[in-house]
Design a protein around this ligand. Structure first.
Ligand code: MOS
Length: 757
């Protein structure tokens, strides 16, 4: 077995705020109802927009009769592709700029490519009037045959052939020569993000300038993209997202409703509010695509992997290419000389897919880790031992060392906490205290870590407070609090005296809230900005009239707990307030910009790791399957705020349970409509479905990524959960479910040992 591949050179440093469980500083705004979410913004002459949505999924609009709608009470306007006004496509751009998964602006032409595509919009004085008017618009169509075929592997692709991803060795030959082989197809269905906060835009237009209140996980990209779509300069678009009722990736990039609301505001010269309805959330704001994955594993009889082949195809929409990177973790999770990853996209009449929590790795690891579990059964080997045996020394896909990898320790700690040594591998052999059958499953997981570019500004004020600003946003995971902790840590100013202002594109350009990268990204920018602010304060202290530090230099002074003092004689000291009052300065500021690891040369492979242990309880008499216990151990660098980090992992595990047992967006084969498009019909886990989730952080700082060793958490907690659940279901029932979600029907069969794919 490989030793832990990396020991960190620096010990953990002490801090009063970093690594300390800290309640969200924005919590009171939310619990008192004073936090203003996007759709809470109102203006005196605001009107409401409600889209007219296509009731076919393939064809074209041949006519729109708006005459009845226009006569209805309160109706201000009804627009179609003929009169919405100019809306443009985005030009190519580098980095996180001009990103939209659905690139066609709304109402660009008469084509219809998915059910629910916007074909018009009604605007009225109340939301009820707007909706009634939209429903009174009569649209006629010419239909063409639709394709929502759920079989993806082996069907025509959007490109002439499968695209080759990471590969090494000769996988085809080594698989044939392998003593033990496993070859299976795993299917995951289309799944829909269901944050409680609906997508929304409130658009205010004033003399060529737009203010857009948005539900956005990336306001800077939203500004630049909407400027391009609306045909104005970026300085004429301001995007504001103060609070988000979560997003899970669905709110990363702009969707057509944003441009639709802005166009209405421009046409009418009036503020316009457009809230996407829950059923529209299943149609036109992205989803995780359906994916078919073939995984072939070859091994020696002792369990050493010889071959990993991972071929997958995800569905995408008719006009856009969304590729789900299922192979990202496959290439580096295990030591294996022969690896081949290929992928493709198949066009279907669905809305454009997008990132959904842990895009790529989450469905990818469901397939690969399920295959590992099946291989362990074939080898008659313990699935934890199989993984430990194949622990790599380095990232074999790039040849680089891991910045910090403790997957083996995650597995060992998790096994210990779960009681894995008590596991009897025989199917259906284990019972709980009430005599019910239990099954135990395990999976490993990985998620890429990264820093992207960011700017931030820190101000130190004459009242002794600090203020930090950045055009990023808090999706709900605790980013406001992280900013305050970083400033407090660097300056010694208490947390309660740090104001954090985010969610406005007038602030210095900040990162997207995506990929679980925000914490790693803002850490260097905020620390440097705070250092620069402190330097500015010291300069003021040296130069102020009547300064006790006259004649001294910067090197003679230090700032400790908000007090500037002489190193040689700490009794010569002035507080931040005294320095700035003496100089008659309201505030000093420090700006900083940090670079990203994305697209740069890196000496290390940055990844987080984890292990998921799941127990299911199966009662065949009443066909009841429950996840009854989860132990998750996460290696994601140092946790800056263990409290919010634990909450992230718990939430992610719940989503993993949903993926394994409940979630699936079903399309009507005749119309292409998502038919379970409501919170009643789209089944998601509720509290009753969720056991206690035991979360452990290994907390090894990753100083290769930033000075605090933080990698960030969120998505890693969902990766591997579905495979651990289906492994546990197999252990309890003998049924191997290879097509998610696990349905009770899959398990209602008399004999043990069949497969459902
Ligand atoms: Mo996450 S799917 O990058 O919001």
């Amino acid at each position: 077995m490989a030793q832990e591949t990396q020991t960190n050179p620096k010990p953990m440093f002490e801090s009063k705020v970093i690594g300390v469980s800290t309640p969200r500083i924005d919590g009171p705004f939310k619990t008192t109802g004073t936090a203003k979410y996007t759709s809470d913004h109102n203006f005196p002459d605001l009107v409401y927009a409600w889209p007219v949505t296509a009731t076919i999924s393939s064809g074209s609009v041949t006519g729109v009769d708006t005459s009845q709608a226009r006569k209805m009470p309160g109706v201000v306007a009804v627009y179609t592709h003929e009169d919405i006004g100019p809306l443009y496509r985005t030009p190519p751009a580098a980095g996180f700029s001009m990103i939209q998964d659905e690139r066609r602006p709304p109402l660009e032409d008469a084509e219809v490519r998915y059910y629910g595509q916007y074909v018009g919009v009604a605007v009225a004085k109340t939301v009820e009037q707007a909706r009634a008017a939209a429903e009174a618009v009569r649209v006629s169509y010419k239909q063409t045959p639709l394709n929502i075929n759920g079989t993806l592997l082996g069907t025509p692709l959007s490109t002439p052939s499968m695209r080759r991803g990471s590969h090494r060795g000769d996988a085809a030959a080594s698989f044939e020569a392998s003593a033990v082989q496993h070859d299976a197809v795993y299917k995951t269905p289309s799944a829909t993000h269901n944050p409680i906060e609906l997508h929304a835009t409130v658009a205010v237009y004033d003399d060529g300038r737009f203010t857009l209140y948005e539900t956005s996980q990336a306001i800077v990209n939203h500004r630049d993209t909407l400027a391009a779509v609306l045909g104005v300069s970026p300085e004429n678009v301001q995007v504001i997202t103060r609070f988000l009722g979560s997003g899970f990736g669905g709110k990363l990039w702009p969707w057509p409703h944003s441009a639709l609301a802005a166009a209405c505001a421009r046409n009418l010269n009036q503020p316009v509010k457009l809230v996407v309805s829950r059923s529209m959330m299943f149609q036109s704001v992205g989803h995780r695509p359906a994916i078919d994955q073939q995984v072939k594993l070859g091994a020696e009889t002792n369990g050493k992997l010889t071959t990993i082949v991972h071929n997958y195809v995800n569905h995408t929409s008719m006009a856009d290419d969304y590729s789900e990177g299922c192979g990202e973790a496959t290439a580096l999770l295990y030591s294996c000389p022969n690896v081949d990853i290929t992928s493709g996209m198949a066009r279907r009449n669905v809305g454009t897919p997008t990132s959904m929590r842990g895009p790529g790795a989450v469905p990818g690891l469901y397939a690969v880790e399920s295959a590992m579990d099946e291989l362990a059964v074939k080898l008659e080997m313990d699935p934890v031992a199989l993984r430990l045996l194949n622990e790599p020394e380095k990232d074999e896909s790039s040849g680089k060392p891991f910045s910090s990898r403790h997957l083996a320790e995650c597995l060992k700690v998790g096994a210990e906490k779960f009681g894995w040594s008590q596991r009897n591998p025989a199917v259906g052999s284990m019972k709980n205290a009430e005599g019910m059958t239990v099954g135990w499953g395990v999976a490993a997981c990985s998620w890429g870590a990264m820093r992207i570019e960011a700017k931030a500004m820190v101000e130190l004020l004459v009242d002794g407070t600090a203020r930090v600003t950045c055009a990023t946003q808090d999706i709900g995971g605790g980013t406001y609090t992280t900013f305050a902790q970083l400033v407090s840590h660097e300056t010694g100013i208490p947390l309660q005296k740090v104001a954090v202002v985010l969610g406005d594109t007038r602030l210095p350009d900040g990162p997207i809230s995506g990929g679980s990268w925000t914490t790693a990204t803002i850490t260097p920018a905020v620390l440097s900005a705070a250092q620069n602010a402190v330097k500015a304060l010291v300069q003021v202290a040296l130069r102020a009239q009547h300064s006790p530090f006259a004649g001294k230099s910067e090197d003679d002074l230090e700032l400790v707990e908000g007090v500037v003092r002489l190193k040689a004689d700490t009794s010569v000291a002035l507080s931040q307030e005294e320095v700035l009052r003496l100089a008659n300065i309201k505030a000093v500021s420090g700006n900083a910009e940090s670079r990203g690891t994305l697209g740069a040369h890196n000496d290390y492979s940055f990844h987080s790791f984890g292990a998921q242990f799941v127990e299911v309880t199966w009662q065949p008499e009443i066909a009841r399957l429950r996840v009854s216990r989860v132990v998750t151990v996460i290696d994601a660098g140092r946790m800056l705020n263990p409290r919010t980090a634990q909450n992230q992992i718990e939430g992610a595990v719940v989503m993993g349970i949903g993926m394994a047992m409940f979630e699936s967006t079903e399309y009507d084969e005749r119309t292409g409509a998502p038919i379970n498009a409501s919170l009643a019909d789209y089944v998601m886990p509720v509290n009753a479905d969720c056991p206690k989730i035991d979360v452990t952080f290994l907390d090894y700082p990753d100083y290769h990524l930033n000075a605090l060793g933080a990698r960030g958490v969120g998505e890693i907690g969902m990766a591997g959960v579905a495979a651990a659940v289906t492994g546990a279901v197999y252990h309890a029932t003998g049924v191997r479910v290879r097509s998610l979600p696990v349905r009770i029907e899959d398990l209602l069969v008399p004999a043990h040992g069949h497969e459902v794919a």
